[in-house]
Design a protein around this ligand. Structure first.
Ligand code: ADP
Ligand code: MG
Ligand code: MG
Ligand code: MG
Ligand code: MG
Ligand code: MG
Length: 690
């Protein structure tokens, strides 16, 4: 997230009255920047990652582990420390590392929705050099170290996606605040859980006001041996009478049986993720990257699954995505289709936080059948964009984003339209949280068209976060240089996104995936290596039914290839013989000049992903489930107690400290962290390939 605007934020009824103006001005700003930037060429292939942290208080002798709400103080300490002198304490170990960019700008720390969260990005985006890929992990470690150095001794930045007991009865924040506040009106979390900057409480309050009830974040509970069934969330209070919204659980059916019930934005936007932004050389390439990375979203979501606990209970799902989706779902009952349309303009099938609903590329391989025939768009806005010269496909994309109302509007911004800004456009754009984001250049046109890949869950270690970041960079290079097509109907991407939520989907489920990803089918037995590049794309061959273009595949097949996944003895039709994304990356690396050391380092990252996909290594979700299941205090009743939470967070803190010291992960207290090898493999500390 960028700089935070200051001003007077409008409450919902007033904001609603200005929504039309914000959209109208937003479209004008979009056309302005589009006209300026549509001819931009040869922007550098830069990219950057974003890592989000929870800040917890933890010490061995304290029976409680809590969320620290000192985000503002920590950010202030970081900002005051201009030279980040504390870097001194972080750098020595990294200095000897050839991959550490010691002269580069220092990392940048950003606020996030949760007052217990931090975000950190590298000081400057990464470049195209392969060697730069080796800088990512040391830089992530540096960020974590600097963050820790600006915290209290008992505070720790950890990269769990969610705090296991956020919203549980009792104390879970430091300092403690009682529920319930006027903004969130949650019966589980205080308003003080959110970043106090006016943008965030307003965002939460206006989402609630717009939908005329609290958000309903219901997650199926994991049914264990001793879980009472049907299960009623024992933490729900049916007898509160402070806010009108307290009726939601009494008369609104907000808390159904067998679901963990949550009622506030913090349960979603309080989750941490790993995002990667790529700059394209021009708008055409950006549109291509947007489309081709889109079908990979659910696959990477399943591979990075890390969210098996909510509000002190084991969930029956493994990832955070749908919970965030529900936590910011501002649709009214009419828009949801629960009531006939009277006041609202459309029925809208998805939350504003959801998998993306359109493809936008100019690629002739994009068949109309892949698109959603019922996509909801604002026809007037589309017409304005067409009149402004934008092509139909891109105009459709933005006219879809612009069906949403702006949620947070600052009165000061409504005086006059400033075409040297993109604030109104960004207002709508940045509250459409789709799994891909197409980012136009900023108003000054100083940087290029960018595409953001947003579905991945944050991983416990920087080794893993670096591995997934690097993998996505390599995959993007492969897509562009081999001119690959991962197109499947957008509705199938939606289905895959749901599938990714299932427990252990990475091993247990199949995903719709395109069978032939090459511009033309390569000769038999030679898939991957002899692929033509984008300059010589052949004419599109005759096309059969769309349904013949894809089939259900396991993540193992998608990542490692059919031969690897099924073993050498299983015969498959040539047509069904998928090469695998890692073998494609390998053949790409074979085709370019990478020195031996770099190649070896990259191999350690690819290895992690290969083994995740094959099941040899576990997702964090699986590791956390095992941790809970093996804990002596676990009663097989789905309850993740304070004691278990303390030990789990303690294990995660210990892993982080080991990683910071570069000691590798062997020898960690097995008692505290059973099965660690399954999560992290037998991997190294700082010792690098040579
Ligand atoms: P947001 O929260 O809106 O996604 P951030 O500024 O937090 O944006 O993160 C954007 C990421 O994009 C950072 O990792 C940053 O280093 C990276 N980045 C910045 N400029 C470029 C660029 N020109 N091309 C690609 N990535 C960039
Ligand atoms: Mg963020
Ligand atoms: Mg950010
Ligand atoms: Mg952001
Ligand atoms: Mg965020
Ligand atoms: Mg981002």
């Amino acid at each position: 997230m960028g700089l935070l605007a200051q001003g007077t934020a409008l409450d919902w009824p007033d904001a609603k009255k200005q929504a039309h103006l914000v959209r109208a001005w937003g479209i004008k700003q979009l056309l302005e920047i589009w006209n300026k930037a549509k001819v931009k060429e040869r922007d550098a292939m830069l990219w950057g990652d974003e890592v989000e942290y929870l800040v917890v208080t933890y010490s061995k002798d304290d029976p409680k582990v809590l969320l620290s709400l000192r985000q503002a103080d920590i950010l202030a300490a970081l900002a005051d420390d201009k030279s980040l002198s504390a870097k001194g304490g972080c750098v020595p170990e990294l200095q000897g590392d050839p991959a550490s960019r010691t002269n580069e700008p220092l990392p940048v720390f950003h606020p996030e929705f949760g007052r217990f969260m931090l975000e950190a990005t590298p000081g400057k985006p990464w470049g195209i050099e392969f060697k730069e890929l080796l800088g990512v992990e040391p830089n992530m470690k540096l960020r974590r170290c600097i963050a820790k150095d600006h915290m209290l001794p008992n505070e720790h930045p950890i990269t769990l996606t969610t705090f296991p007991r956020i919203g549980s009865p009792g104390v879970f924040t430091d300092p403690y605040y009682p529920v319930s506040g006027s903004k969130l009106r949650s019966q589980f979390v205080p308003d003080e859980i959110a970043n106090p900057h006016i943008r965030f409480p307003t965002l939460a309050a206006n989402i609630r006001s717009r939908r005329e009830r609290k958000v309903q974040v219901n997650v199926p509970v994991f049914k264990d041996e001793n879980t009472p069934w049907p299960w009623k969330d024992p933490t729900v209070n049916y007898d509160l009478h402070q806010w009108p919204e307290d009726d939601d659980v009494r008369t609104g059916g907000a808390a159904p049986d067998n679901f963990i019930h949550m009622d506030a934005m913090a349960f979603g936007m309080g989750s941490c993720c790993l995002q990667i932004t790529f700059q394209a050389k021009n708008i055409i390439e950006g549109r291509q990257m947007y489309d081709q990375l889109s079908p990979l979203g659910p696959i990477l979501l399943a591979l990075t699954a890390a969210t098996p606990i909510y509000k002190g209970f084991l969930a029956d799902t493994d990832v955070r995505w749908n919970q965030i989706s529900k936590a910011v779902d501002d649709r009214t009952a009419e828009e949801m289709g629960e009531k006939p349309l009277r006041n609202d303009r459309w029925r809208i099938p998805k939350s504003r936080y959801a998998s993306n609903s359109t493809y936008i590329s100019t690629d002739p391989r994009l068949r109309p059948e892949y698109l959603d025939p019922n996509l909801v768009i604002d026809e007037d806005i589309k017409q304005q964009l067409l009149d402004g010269g934008m092509d139909d496909r891109l105009a459709t994309h933005f006219a879809h984003l612009f069906i949403r109302d702006p949620i947070v509007i600052f009165n000061e911004d409504l005086q006059e339209l400033d075409l040297n800004k993109t604030d109104h456009f960004e207002n709508i754009q940045s509250t459409n949280w789709q799994h891909m984001r197409f980012k136009p250049p900023p108003a000054d046109n100083s940087i290029g068209w960018r595409v953001e890949f947003r579905p991945m869950e944050i991983q416990i270690t920087d080794f893993e976060n670096a591995a997934f970041a690097v993998f996505m960079v390599l995959i993007t290079r492969v897509i562009l240089s081999f001119d690959l097509s991962f197109y499947i109907p957008i509705a199938k991407v939606d289905e895959n996104m749901e599938t990714a939520h299932r427990r252990d989907a990475v091993l247990e489920r199949k995903f719709h995936f395109r069978k032939n990803v090459f511009p033309v089918r390569p000769p038999r037995g030679n898939s991957g290596t002899s692929t033509p590049n984008s300059i010589s794309r052949p004419p599109t061959p005759p096309r059969g039914p769309v349904e013949d273009e894809f089939r259900p595949m396991s993540v193992n097949e998608i990542i490692n290839g059919t031969a690897y996944a099924l073993g050498p003895d299983v015969e498959v039709d040539h047509e069904d013989d998928f090469p695998g994304l890692i073998p494609l990356v390998e053949s790409y690396l074979d085709s370019v000049n990478v020195d031996v050391v770099t190649r070896c380092e990259l191999a350690t990252y690819l290895d992690l992903i290969r083994k995740r996909a094959s099941g040899e290594l576990w997702t964090a979700a699986k590791w956390i489930r095992h941790f809970v299941a093996n804990h002596p205090a676990y009663a097989r009743d789905s309850v993740v107690s304070e004691e278990i939470t303390k030990d789990l967070v303690g294990a995660v803190v210990a892993i982080g400290e080991k990683e910071q010291k570069g000691e590798g992960f062997r020898g960690l207290d097995k008692q505290a962290a059973p099965d660690l090898g399954k999560l992290l493999g037998g991997f190294r500390g700082t010792s690098r390939c040579c």
